[in-house]
Design a binder for this molecule. Structure first.
Ligand code: UDP
Ligand code: MG
Length: 325
């Protein structure tokens, strides 16, 4: 068999501070791999600019017209990490045998890509990069992430523990991924659903080489909620359960108070009244909110809007288009 054509897909959002270093390191690695005949010389590094507002695209474009390993896709606007990644995967699959996705910030050990390729040659279609340690993440990020994985597991969602979006997928796996038409692609949950032969490689996660995290708390929470509600109806079931329980409790209380009224003497009852009003009110709001979350999802899915729109592409087009913006 010939050496496989590899594409390394890197989603980037305002990454100008780290990009030069990322390009240098990835190009160096790929050059080595091509020299050692691990992968074909047709292999490429594909940077996807997710609507950055800094010079990210200019830097990608400048490198890509040199005609070496680096290519770029500019999305028309910011669509978020997961969708940017999909844009890269689907663009790269046409000309590649396997595709590695990696963040732009060099937190993930890039040398692991060689091990990914080994596993791919052994016949694995999906290889997960799994973080061995997370001491370089903040305490907060670590504990919230851990809680998230545990919660997902409790709800019956099959996630690879401590695996983010650093993985290798074969062309076949990406083609199957494309058939998952949902608007909300939570890749960590969907890729295991494909079900081809898969394995994991362990590595140490480092600190961001430069720049700041593009996942502030607000985005992290939204991401977690998306992950949960896209994959599990357990929350809705739990709400139903809690609703039933509180209904039973209120029946019990009700009969107790009634018996007091008829056979004893009634207190003013203000405390119990006000607490139960608040309790039931709160439960109802939670329930409505949760149901709303799912209905919102349905609404999004029924519209079937494109997940991303490509503005400029120097990967699949032979002639680079003029530099815009
Ligand atoms: N990213 C993106 N679009 C966004 C936010 C992030 O393409 O809207 C990219 C970002 O450039 C990086 C990757 O997604 O390559 C992961 O982001 P980051 O490293 O900031 O997340 P963290 O490692 O802090 O979870
Ligand atoms: Mg990061």
């Amino acid at each position: 068999m010939d050496e496989p054509v590899l594409a390394i897909v890197v989603p980037c959002y305002n990454e100008e501070e780290v990009l030069t270093e990322t390009m240098k390191q990835l190009t160096g690695l790929l050059a080595d791999m091509v020299r050692e005949k691990q992968v074909s010389e047709k292999s490429r590094i594909l940077f996807v600019d997710d609507g950055s507002r800094d010079d990210t695209w200019k830097m990608i474009y400048k490198e890509s017209i040199k005609g070496e390993f680096i290519r770029g896709i500019k999305l028309a606007r910011n669509v978020g990490h997961q969708n940017a990644l999909l844009a890269g995967l689907f663009a790269a699959k046409k000309t590649s045998d396997c595709i590695v996705s990696i963040d732009a910030d060099l937190q993930d050990d890039i040398d692991v890509i060689q091990k990914f390729i080994q596993k791919f040659k052994e016949g694995y279609e999906v290889v997960y990069g799994v973080r061995d340690r997370r001491d370089t993440d903040t305490f907060f990020k670590r504990t919230t992430a851990e809680g998230f994985y545990k919660l997902m597991k409790k709800m019956g969602v099959n996630l690879v523990y401590n695996h983010a979006d650093y993985r290798l997928m074969s062309r076949r796996a990406v083609e199957e991924l494309e058939r998952f038409g949902e608007a909300n692609m939570f890749l960590r949950g969907i890729v295991p659903l494909i079900g081809f032969q898969s394995t994991s490689i362990y590595y140490d996660r480092k600190e961001r080489a430069a720049g700041e995290t593009k996942y502030p708390l607000k985005k992290m929470l939204a991401f977690a909620l998306d992950g949960i509600t896209s994959f599990s109806v357990t929350p809705i079931r739990m709400v139903l359960l809690v609703g039933c329980l509180s209904f039973l409790v209120s029946l019990l209380f009700g009969s107790y108070f009634l018996s007091l009224k008829f056979f004893g003497h009634t207190e003013s009852g203000w405390t119990s009244m006000i607490t139960s009003i608040w309790l039931i009110g709160g439960l109802q709001l939670i329930a409505i909110g949760l149901v709303g979350e799912y209905i919102g999802k349905i609404y999004k899915e029924t519209k079937g809007r494109p997940k991303y729109i490509i503005d400029i592409d120097t990967f699949n087009l032979a002639v680079p288009q003029p530099l815009l913006g």
